[in-house]
Ligand binder design. Structure first.
Ligand code: MG
Length: 390
């Protein structure tokens, strides 16, 4: 029995659901569950974990949930402010933030301002506002335990070490479903095909980002901020089997790796029980059944968004936030059938080139830049104007 109380924001999303499974398995006390609008999933999660409060950011969804949970004594709240209050939940020892996309930034900051330990699955908060997030964490005594599988692995390999002892962070990448293909070959890829990820069970936005390697680019930026290293210290290694979740090379050239079957529940559980380890739902690794593990260099030429991510973190300021927002707009357009697969990187690169950087931005500058970049990207999509026929 783990003597911890948790809150889960974004509980109805893919990582959120897996976090709920872990919480149920460990019998961890759940104070708050929060999500945007998925009433059906929230109702079943509420009946399973019996939190004191459920928050639906969408007011109509909150009204609907209130009726559904009328027999339970669970308080149901609605609105954005209620979500931010859930992030700062006084009773929670760990606040899980698995809100999707740029909407996760404010909850991350709200939790850190309250001095919380965050189990962070929302990478956009770090990518968009890494410096502000780190400053807030330091000033308010908060803590971040990464739930992203690679960063959880690095966190485990570092085990509290930092700075001058680290010579490289080897960030592993599955390579996505289009590994080995040229941009030309990728041109006719449909959303359906891009949405079928070979290894990880994820939401649709991150699945497309995994196919373009934008996700890996975000993870490079995330690693720079989370572990306070220079961009060139983070090296991407394609590892198709997704068994090694990342590695740390120290200055003596010793390399520490974290291995397991690919299962996000391990990352959620580690953040829930840290620094303890307990048995859970995850399967055992059978190395002899696997036989071999393979490694390749990343293909920056055919996956230009990975290279762009390095440029963006080196530029700093508001540019990484603009990258997140431009990519959100481009991926939405791709899923809606408005642009082709390779146009995602074209739209994002073009949008970024039109943004004027602001060094040392405020949170207001960052949110404005995200809005601007999203607008520019949507404008470029609109100009392309044709619906792609597959
Ligand atoms: Mg990841």
């Amino acid at each position: 029995m783990i003597e911890k109380t948790i809150a889960i924001l974004g509980s109805t999303g893919s990582v959120g659901q897996q976090t709920v499974e872990v919480a149920a398995d460990l019998g961890v006390k759940t104070e708050v569950l929060a999500a945007s609008r998925d009433v059906k999933t929230m109702e079943s999660q509420a009946r399973l974990l019996k939190p004191r409060t459920c928050v639906m950011e969408n007011e109509d969804a909150a009204k609907e949930l209130k009726i559904k949970l009328a027999d339970t004594g669970i308080t149901v709240l609605g609105g954005h402010t209620a979500l931010l209050e859930a992030a700062a939940c006084p009773a929670a020892d760990v606040v899980f933030n698995s809100v999707g996309g740029s909407a996760g930034l404010e909850p991350t900051l709200a939790a850190l301002k309250a001095g919380k330990r965050i189990g962070l699955a929302n990478k956009e908060s770090i990518v968009m506002a890494g410096e502000i997030v780190n400053r807030t964490k330091k000033e308010c005594g908060g803590e971040i335990i990464p739930v992203d599988s690679e960063h959880s692995a690095i966190f485990q390999c570092l085990n509290g070490r930092s700075g001058a002892e680290i010579s490289r962070i080897l960030l592993t990448a599955s390579g996505g479903p289009f590994f080995g293909m040229s941009r030309r070959e990728m041109e006719g890829i449909t959303p359906e095909r891009a949405l079928a990820h070979p290894t990880w069970k994820m939401g649709s936005k991150i699945t497309i980002d995994s196919a373009t390697l934008m996700n890996k680019g975000f993870e490079v930026i995330e690693a720079v901020h989370l572990f306070d290293v220079l961009p060139d210290t983070v090296e991407v290694v394609v590892h198709r089997e997704s068994i090694i979740h990342s590695m740390v090379e120290y200055t003596d050239n010793a390399v520490l790796a974290q291995l397991s079957v690919p299962d996000m529940r391990l990352c959620a559980q580690y953040a829930m029980t840290y620094p303890e380890r307990v048995p859970g739902l995850m399967g055992r690794l059978d190395l002899t059944a696997l036989g071999k593990l393979t490694f390749f260099k990343p293909d920056f030429e055919n996956f230009p968004l990975l290279a762009l991510a390095y440029d963006c973190i080196k530029a700093g300021g508001i540019i990484p936030a603009a990258l997140v927002a431009a990519d959100e707009a481009a991926v939405e357009a791709f899923i809606a059938g408005k642009i082709g697969f390779t146009a995602i990187s074209d739209v994002v690169s073009e949008a970024i080139s039109r943004i004027k950087n602001i060094p040392s931005p405020t949170i207001g500058d960052i949110l404005a830049a995200a809005k601007e970049a999203r607008g520019i990207a949507s404008g470029i999509v609109g100009k392309q104007g044709v619906t792609v026929a597959f």
